[in-house]
Structures are given as structure tokens and as C-alpha cells.
Design a protein around this ligand. Structure first.
Ligand SMILES: Nc1ncnc2c1ncn2[C@@H]1O[C@H](COP(=O)(O)OP(=O)(O)OP(=O)(O)O)[C@@H](O)[C@H]1O
Ligand SMILES: [Mg+2]
Length: 151
């Protein structure tokens, strides 16, 4: 049985250093718990710190104070078990949709043939079958988001 929260933030603060003039506090004293199977939305005005919180949970940004636990373990660097869909897509413009989806699989050590087969499956799952040979600039914003989801 899973007794700890899937994601737990304890008094998390993020302060960005801004040169000699000091810094900017983007997130201050946030505590939050997400249980297994819960679907949680974080809502707030633009610039209130939502992406900063997610960046810290994903391990991309270290918190300045407080503690973040994912599945009971303190976040220390990027967690490969955790999926994170960026606000802005991070597709390679020079690669086709198929190659964009295959890249992370290749990084994980899959051979090219298996990676391509898996990439085809995921492209189908996100409803983009037939677009494998397109480059990102030929897709709509929503389609690009779905490619990101497939990666
Ligand atoms: N790397 C950074 N350095 C300095 N300030 C930053 C940095 N990243 C974010 N900020 C500041 O932190 C605040 C929160 O930014 P964040 O991107 O978390 O907002 P958000 O809630 O995701 O906004 P949006 O709804 O527009 O996506 C903003 O004021 C932003 O200018
Ligand atoms: Mg954001």
C-alpha cells in the first residue's frame, strides 16, 4: 500500500537571483499534497509561479527553501519516472514528427528500429497518424502539443 503522497511540497520557496540588485521571489511558502490517482489543477494569474512550481517538482529547478518529495523521496535532479509537458513545446524544428518522438527513446538506449516502432504507436495514440513525415512548423499549436505528449 502506498501511504505517502505522490507529490508533496513542504513550505517551498523559489527565489531567482537577479544580479547584485538582489532577487525575485516567484514562489513563497507553498505546501501542497497530491495523492495517487488525483487529478489536480493549479490555477492562478499569469506570472504567479505555476510553471516555477512544476519546474521544481520535475527536478529542473532547485527550490531555495523547503522540501519536495515525489513518491516519498526528496527530489534530487531530473526524475525519469515523471512526465512533464512544458508550457512551450520543445520539438526539434529540423526533425520530422516521427524522429522527434523517437529521440527520447534513442536517448534511453532503445535501438533505432524499436524506437521508430514505438514512436509510430505513440503518434497513433495522440491522433496524429499520417503526420509522421511532417516537420513541426507544418502542425497547429494543438498538434504540436500532442507531439510533445507522445515524446
Ligand atoms: N528564470 C527566472 N528568472 C527570474 N525570474 C523568473 C524566472 N522564471 C520565472 N521568473 C518569474 O517568476 C514569476 C513566475 O513565473 P512562472 O513562469 O512560474 O509563472 P506562471 O504562473 O507559470 O505564469 P503563466 O500563467 O504566464 O505561464 C514571474 O514573475 C517570472 O517573471
Ligand atoms: Mg506558466
Amino acid at each position: 500500500m502506498n501511504t505517502h503522497a505522490t507529490i508533496r511540497l513542504e513550505h517551498v520557496t523559489k527565489r531567482f537571483a537577479l544580479g547584485p540588485d538582489g532577487g525575485f521571489t516567484a514562489v513563497e511558502d507553498v505546501s501542497l499534497e497530491v495523492l495517487a490517482g488525483e487529478f489536480v489543477s493549479v490555477v492562478g494569474p499569469s506570472g504567479c509561479g505555476k510553471s516555477t512550481v512544476l519546474g521544481m517538482v520535475s527536478g529542473l529547478l532547485p527550490p531555495s527553501a523547503g522540501r519536495i518529495l515525489v513518491e516519498g523521496e526528496a527530489v534530487a535532479g531530473i526524475n525519469k519516472r515523471l512526465g512533464y509537458l512544458f508550457q512551450r513545446d520543445a520539438l526539434f524544428p529540423w526533425k520530422t514528427i516521427l524522429d522527434n518522438v523517437a529521440v527520447p527513446l534513442l536517448f534511453r538506449g532503445w535501438n533505432a528500429r524499436t524506437a521508430r516502432a514505438r514512436a509510430h504507436e505513440w503518434i497513433q495514440r495522440v491522433g496524429l497518424a499520417g503526420f509522421e513525415g511532417y516537420h513541426p512548423h507544418r502542425l497547429s499549436g494543438g498538434m504540436r502539443k500532442r507531439v510533445s505528449l507522445a515524446t
